[in-house]
Design a protein around this ligand. Structure first.
Ligand SMILES: [Mn+2]
Length: 368
């Protein structure tokens, strides 16, 4: 835990980093599948930097597909863009800022390296990783990364004014980031509450309501149905493999895990599926949600699934949530129906087996 003196120092060092950078252009990097927390942090950096004459592009290497996230971007008019497959031209950016990630969930890192873009800052709240060597880093145990940016704002990064529509949009975005990342403040820590109190006078309640009350799409409902049908529950753990899905539906996986977690006997839900990517590759993507404080999603996923040959873990997480991605490599690609079925079956069983080994339960022993 970071004490008060340290957080003052962090905010100070963050602001020092921006001194003398007028005229620079920074790439603000979100994880490949940006969530409200990441989007609001990127937006905060844009406004803070722009006060200091620094231009920014808010970019990500994957996709925004959750309808609530699309609504957030549209309603709050936040300009973020998907980078696609192209390389990054050297000289385009004077530096990269990583928000709500440490480069491990970002496929743009190699291209930033190739373009010689220096990593200026990492601001995050996930367990510490060593992928990047930034000039400045602020990694805190806090519910939402947005709360760290609210902390910077309270310490002089930006003077919020209700008269400025842009500031109201920012406060609303950060508040949405905090609310969605902390399960409506349930897993919020003191700094998150401080941040929410600071932002509250500036938020646009109507817009916030509109963002929060997006309805689920038909596809998401279907994926939740499959997750329900295929679920196996043992000793409070619920596992569900949902088969094949398009990469544009990938965000339905955490939503299904959220849904399975609402069952009375369940404290931990894991949902995974075979995601077919636009470029033909395949991977198993999964999400974990838990209400069990002692579980530790990060180590739970690392212990259960292990790591790849290059030493990277298949998954990781934070206090109540985690995710994993297992690339299929040679086994990737469209096959005939039977082979596709066999492929999924093999992965489904292997993954379930690894989780059952981890929790020390015999899957075949029925609970009912
Ligand atoms: Mn976050």
């Amino acid at each position: 835990m970071v004490d008060m003196e340290d957080t003052n120092k962090q905010a100070e060092s963050f602001l020092e980093l921006l001194v003398g950078r007028e005229g620079e252009r920074h790439a603000v990097i979100m994880q490949d599948f940006p969530d409200p927390d990441a989007i609001s942090c990127a937006f905060a950096y844009r406004l803070i930097a722009s006060e200091r004459g620094i231009d920014t592009d808010l970019i990500y290497g994957g996709r925004v597909s959750h309808q609530e996230n699309i609504a957030m971007i549209n309603l709050l008019n936040i300009e973020i863009f998907e980078w696609g497959q192209e390389p990054i031209t050297s000289g385009k950016y004077d530096g990269a800022i990583f928000v709500d990630n440490q480069g491990t969930t970002v496929n743009l890192v190699d291209r930033l390296d190739a373009a010689g873009v220096p990593s200026l800052a990492v601001v995050d709240h996930h367990a510490k990783q060593d992928r990047l060597k930034p000039l400045f880093q602020d990694i805190r145990v806090v519910g939402a990364c947005a709360s760290i940016f609210a902390d910077y704002i309270s310490k002089g990064a930006l003077e919020l004014k209700s008269s400025k529509p842009e500031h109201r949009r920012l406060a609303t975005a950060l508040m949405h980031g905090i609310i969605s990342e902390t399960g409506s403040m349930i897993s919020a820590l003191p700094l998150d509450f401080t941040a929410a109190a600071l932002l509250q006078p500036f938020i646009d309640n109507e817009l916030l309501m509109e963002i929060l009350h997006q309805q689920r799409s038909h596809r998401v409902m279907e994926i939740i149905r499959m997750a329900l049908e295929n679920r196996v529950i043992r000793e409070g753990y619920c596992f569900s493999g949902i088969g094949y899905l398009r990469s544009s539906d990938r965000d339905a996986i955490p939503q299904a895990a959220d849904f399975l977690l609402t069952e009375a006997t369940v404290h931990t839900a894991v949902v995974y599926g075979m995601v077919t990517h636009a470029h033909g590759g395949e991977s198993i993507n999964g999400s974990l949600r838990t209400t069990e404080v002692a579980l530790g999603p990060d180590s739970f996923l690392k212990d259960s699934l292990g790591k790849m040959e290059n030493g990277t873990f298949y998954g990781g997480g934070k206090s109540t949530a985690g995710g994993f991605a297992i690339p299929l490599g040679f086994l990737s690609g469209q096959d005939d129906t039977e082979l596709s079925h066999i492929k999924w079956k093999a992965f489904d069983e292997k993954i379930r087996k690894k989780f059952f080994n981890k929790i020390g339960v015999d899957e075949d022993k029925d609970e009912e």
